[in-house]
Design a protein around this ligand. Structure first.
Ligand code: KIV
Length: 286
């Protein structure tokens, strides 16, 4: 079994130009598959609100939702670096609230790190969490929790002025003591600049290849999440089709009496058939 990687290994990988492989997972079986596939990190993203719970966005997701899914993932992937995603409302109020909730992830769900969205505006939150001893990852660029005020899921940093904000955010995240940074939905040229400029690992989702590793949402890459598919997703499977076809075949088998078959039932213990039949007969008479 490969050894669980941590902050130091990820720093080493950055130095050696080795890419980190990172995926989201929200449940026990997916976490097991991720660990079996040898992926380096798992994010229990608040995207679970859309991918698993059927909300339109991530805003309704609660700390309880996140903790519960992180626990399931930890059970499925005991030897993989697991990151909990701080949901909207769990760090907006104060540094103290941010630390309290980050510590909950750590103590109750046994995660290795937490992630929160924002750069300059959450610098003091990141610092407070890092100072409390919890590893924290920043997340800048396209940040889904603020997609409402940003006018939807839109690429960021595509003009010089907007790129300036992204760079300032990246510098703030590193300055605050984050151990890593996730950049989402920005041009690869900007990703490359930030990756070269920061000493902490920089990972991308929808921000191209010139960085220290990639994250992808499992429901997107498995073809399970149907509402929309961002441009930056590559589909590696079509589980929606596989699952729907399996459900249809099951329904057809039940309707036509093909399932369950003799091989799917528990027979009466050998040797007591006659006694069994007599017992049923006795009930018939009542
Ligand atoms: O919740 C999540 O899965 C995320 C990714 C979109 C980066 O934060």
């Amino acid at each position: 079994m490969p050894k669980k990687k941590g902050r130091l290994e990820f720093l080493e990988m950055k130095k050696n130009g080795e890419k980190v492989t990172w995926i989201t997972a929200y449940d026990f079986p997916t976490a097991m598959f991720a660990e079996a596939a040898g992926l380096d990190m798992i994010l229990v993203g608040d995207s679970l609100g859309m991918v698993v719970l059927g909300y339109q966005g991530t805003i309704p997701v609660t700390m309880e939702d996140c903790i519960s899914h992180c626990k399931a993932v930890r059970r499925g992937a005991p030897n993989t670096f697991v990151m909990g995603d701080m949901p909207f409302g769990s760090y907006q109020i104060s540094d103290e609230q941010a630390v309290e909730n980050a510590v909950r992830f750590f103590k109750e769900a046994d995660v290795d790190a937490v992630k929160l969205e924002g750069g300059v505006r959450v610098e003091s939150r990141i610092k407070a969490i890092a100072d409390s001893g919890v590893l924290v990852c920043g997340h800048i660029g396209l940040t889904p929790q603020s997609s409402g005020p940003m006018g939807g899921f839109k690429a960021q940093g595509v003009t010089p002025d907007s790129a300036r904000y992204v760079i300032e955010d990246a510098l703030a995240v590193e300055r605050a003591g984050a151990y890593a940074l996730l950049v989402e939905g920005i041009p690869p040229e900007l990703t490359e600049f930030i990756t070269g400029r920061l000493s902490i690992p920089v990972y991308s989702i929808g921000a191209g290849w010139p960085c220290d590793g990639q994250l992808i949402i499992c429901g997107d890459m498995l073809g399970q999440f149907q509402a929309f598919t961002p441009k930056f997703v590559k589909k590696y499977a079509n589980l929606a089709e596989v699952i729907t076809n399996a459900f249809k075949a099951y329904a057809e088998d039940v309707r036509t009496g093909k399932f369950p078959g003799d091989e799917h039932v528990y027979h009466i213990r050998k040797g007591c058939e006659a006694e069994y039949a007599a017992m049923l007969k006795e009930y018939e008479k009542r």
